[in-house]
Design a protein around this ligand. Structure first.
Ligand SMILES: CC(C)CCOP(=O)(O)OP(=O)(O)O
Ligand SMILES: [Mg+2]
Ligand SMILES: [Mg+2]
Ligand SMILES: [Mg+2]
Length: 142
């Protein structure tokens, strides 16, 4: 019997601007297809969490970020073929006036800012559950 593949490691970034968070609707990808998720992607060999966060955000939105901090991690055994550890980071825009661009339109329908209390209905399940459970990514959250 061949060994099960190792779980994937994904970095997801809460980019915070005023009281909003950046979400993008994913196209028909292997993970979280057609749901709203945070910018982010697979941790690559030798990267720190912060390096991966900055790289994936730049690759996907063109945004430069700073104050990159580790928040939490979730272990998501989503199906017989998808087991994903998601490491959640938060960050702020290096330039508050910079606007997100949809750099990878084949992977994402576009980026938009959402209030924590009004995230998209079709938010990626594990993320939605975390937020509905009271997780607050903002600094000094009560
Ligand atoms: C959901 C995410 C944290 C893990 C999967 O990342 P992804 O499919 O966006 O991967 P890439 O951005 O690296 O292509
Ligand atoms: Mg990516
Ligand atoms: Mg990605
Ligand atoms: Mg990637």
């Amino acid at each position: 019997m061949s060994p099960s593949p190792a779980p994937e490691i994904g970095i997801a970034v809460f980019i915070l601007k005023d009281n909003k968070i950046l979400f993008g609707r994913r196209r028909s990808l292997s993970i979280a297809a057609h749901t709203y998720a945070l910018p982010g992607g697979h941790l690559e060999f030798g990267e720190s969490f912060e390096e991966c966060a900055a790289r994936e955000v730049k690759e996907e939105t063109g945004l430069d970020i700073k104050n990159i901090e580790l928040l939490t991690a979730t272990n998501n055994h989503l199906s017989d073929t998808v087991h994903l550890v998601i490491i959640y980071m938060r960050a702020h825009l290096s330039d508050p006036d910079q606007t997100p661009q949809n750099i990878e339109p084949d992977k994402c329908e576009g980026w938009d800012w959402y209030d924590l209390n009004n995230v998209p209905e079709q938010t990626f399940g594990p993320l939605r559950a975390m937020l509905q459970g009271g997780f607050n990514p903002f600094p000094n959250a009560s």
